[in-house]
Design a protein around this ligand. Structure first.
Ligand code: GDP
Length: 196
């Protein structure tokens, strides 16, 4: 599969615009500034994905990229922005509920910051993935910012805070250095590639 063959398909502001064509979907979520764009670009071996339309952070959208005509890479809207109205937060929650109830998810990828205890909204997002019944993985990004002795305790704190079961893989990752890229790509290809 050629992961560099990524085509922006659409930006969906509500459920009526979600593609429901049976093509497998790998959906990425994470709070703002966690490095979601950097992780996506690292996975796709690209410098910058082409976004059309929405201003990231200003409007809540689900963005779809078709990868090598085989699966959708779904960029779920970031969360945890400092300056959002209650109304925008509610819109985010409703859009997430709609996305998960559309039952199009094949694999979930939750990106958290390797340096910090996951936030309440990270936990909320983890609950969406856990409840989906679909496979999901957690990416602990910005690993390069940790001292060697901090790695194990931080990963343990992430596991514990997100109540990760043994079936959920936690991938130590650095979008900057490329650490964990192969493991994440395998997790994606093993899941989306196993469907017709
Ligand atoms: P997004 O808002 O989640 O899409 O985050 P971005 O991809 O825009 O990254 C936010 C900031 O974190 C940028 O300054 C990135 O350069 C930085 N960043 C992202 N990933 C890493 C990483 O693995 N290591 C380090 N040191 N910085 C990173």
């Amino acid at each position: 599969m050629n992961l560099q063959n990524a085509v922006f398909v659409r930006s969906a502001a509500d459920r009526t615009s979600f593609p429901a064509d049976g093509i497998p979907q790998a959906a990425f979520a994470g709070r703002s500034n966690v490095g979601k764009s950097s992780v996506l670009n690292r996975v796709l071996n690209r410098k910058k994905m082409a976004y059309v339309g929405s201003t990231p952070g200003k409007t809540v959208h689900v963005n779809y990229f078709l990868i090598d005509n085989r699966f959708y890479l779904v960029d779920l809207p970031g969360y945890g922005y400092a300056q959002v109205s209650k109304q925008e937060r509610q819109r985010w929650a409703r859009l997430m509920e709609d996305y998960f109830s559309s039952d199009q998810l094949t694999l979930g990828v939750l990106i958290v910051d390797a340096r910090h205890k996951p936030t309440a909204q990270d936990q909320e997002m983890a609950a969406f993935f856990a409840a989906s019944g679909k496979p999901w993985v957690v990416v602990a990004n910005k690993l390069d910012k940790l001292k060697a002795r901090e790695v194990e305790p931080n990963l343990a704190l992430i596991r514990q805070t997100l109540s990760l079961g043994e079936d959920v893989t936690l991938i130590p990752f650095s979008a900057l250095k490329g650490t964990g890229r192969d493991q994440l790509v395998s997790a994606i290809l093993n899941t989306v590639g196993s469907e017709p």
